[in-house]
Design a protein around this ligand. Structure first.
Ligand code: BGC
Length: 437
């Protein structure tokens, strides 16, 4: 059943489920990836990881792992058994510093990280630090935070070397130094797919995350990384695309409304269209505007207008099933007509996110130029709660269907892989390479 009033309302603010043709978006992604690699600017940072993908993973050696994500800070000791399976031990987690509504200074930030690691830090001499933010990786394996995303409040950490700062804070506690390797979570996810997929002969690897934030990692030949002259020809390096900052998609009036409310207005606009930190907030912008437009009953409209915040999970769960209890919509007196409107207004947000997610993944796969031979598909390892847990519109299957259309029709063979605890496993692979340096 189409709801003409809702369709007209969304159109009037420039909201489309497919904001541009896929071919145009794929070409724009590719053009900007080229520009980023050449150091010509543009919205894709294309950050070299200084990590190859071909080093064998040592077995039996424990390594420390810390995963600083958008919501949680996790730590563990990891080792690989003789079959190459990761064993994760002494796992611990707490909220990521800077997510709890108070600004954190650099010293407190690194102390908080070291506190979590300290009890397990004596079990290994090397650390893989998965840092899920735009971070310039330095040739020595350390990383300098370029900026925060996902609304983390820890401004003074920007510009700091996160690896050595953490190691120093840890050294003060355990009395000795630890070797460290910093990497992005998408690069870790790519490496986790590589280590899990050894029985297959893949032709190439992609890491993709759609969780609180979003991003992509790919592998590039040294010759294509124009901004790093002097790399040995013939080599391969993992690259952190920072695809959340892609600026090639036309935004709707609602995206602009959402962005204006945020302290980092103007940046990471693609991420703000598809990832878990923002879909609920975007939904709230749409529902408020729709209430003002008379699309809800007066009592529902006034309750919606005064909703302070809308967590993505509540938005998704309610659009999927407007009868669900225990969400922030409990405070909104919804009749059945209101419930239908909620679906009609909310579903397009997830449909657009699924379309853009698929275009993003397809752009990375096509760019690799691999997967023409069915014997050697491209391995796309996907991680992230928003990708796997979004219920509305059968999100994950919808992304998969788009991908079949985008890649299948172009004769490209690929496989979508889920690796449990991918960022932790990949960070262990990277940490072990530091142990061997
Ligand atoms: C960050 C990326 C990260 C992604 C997924 C984004 O906000 O900029 O570095 O990979 O979230 O966690």
């Amino acid at each position: 059943m189409n709801d003409r009033a809702v369709e007209e309302f969304l159109q009037s603010r420039g909201f489309c489920v497919e904001p541009a043709g896929a071919a145009d978006l794929l070409a724009e992604f590719d053009r900007q990836m080229d520009a980023g690699l050449a150091g010509r600017g543009g919205s894709l940072a294309m950050i070299p990881a200084y990590l190859g993908i071909d080093r064998p993973v040592p077995t039996g050696t424990p390594v420390l792992v810390m995963d600083a994500g958008g919501t949680n800070l996790r730590a563990a000791v990891v080792w690989f058994d003789t079959q190459g399976r990761p064993r994760i031990e002494d796992f611990r987690k707490c909220p990521m510093p800077g997510t709890e509504g108070v600004e954190v200074d650099a010293e407190r930030f690194f102390d908080a990280l070291a506190d979590v690691l300290e009890p397990i830090a004596r079990r290994a001499t090397a650390l893989g630090l998965c840092f899920s933010y735009p971070t310039e990786i330095l040739p020595d394996g350390d990383g300098k935070l370029l900026r925060w995303t996902k609304q983390i409040q820890a401004g003074p950490v920007v510009g700091r070397r996160v690896g050595s700062s953490l190691v120093r804070a840890l050294e003060a506690r355990i009395g000795r130094s630890t070797r460290v390797r910093v990497l992005n979570d998408t690069v870790a996810t790519l490496l986790a797919g590589k280590s899990a997929g050894v029985v297959r002969r893949y032709s190439n690897y992609i890491g993709f995350i759609l969780g609180t934030g979003t991003n992509t990692a790919c592998v590039e030949r040294h010759e294509r990384i124009g901004k790093l002259p002097g790399l040995a020809p013939g080599g391969l390096m993992a690259i952190n695309v920072e695809s959340g900052n892609f600026d090639g998609v036309v935004r709707s009036g609602f995206d602009e409304d959402l962005d204006r409310e945020l302290p980092d207005c103007g940046s990471y606009r693609f991420e703000k269209m598809i990832s878990g930190a923002y879909l609920g907030r975007l939904g709230l912008c749409i529902l408020r505007a729709a209430s003002a437009q008379g699309l809800f009953s007066p009592s529902a409209a006034s309750a919606l207008a005064s909703l302070g915040e809308l967590p993505n999970k509540d938005f998704d769960d309610t659009v999927d099933n407007p009868f669900l209890e225990g969400t922030v919509f409990g405070a909104v007196p919804l009749g059945d007509a209101d419930r239908r409107r909620l679906i009609a207004l909310g579903r397009p947000v997830f449909l657009r996110a699924a379309y853009l997610t698929a275009v993003n993944i397809a752009a990375a796969v096509l760019r690799s130029g691999s997967g023409r031979d069915p014997l050697h598909p491209v391995c796309v390892t996907v991680d992230g709660s928003t990708y796997y847990r979004t219920r509305t519109a059968q999100f994950k299957s919808r992304v998969e269907a788009h991908l079949r259309e985008l890649l299948g029709s172009r004769g490209v063979h690929y496989e979508l892989l889920a690796v449990e605890d991918a960022p932790i496993v990949g960070a262990a692979v990277a940490g072990l390479s530091a142990a061997g340096d």
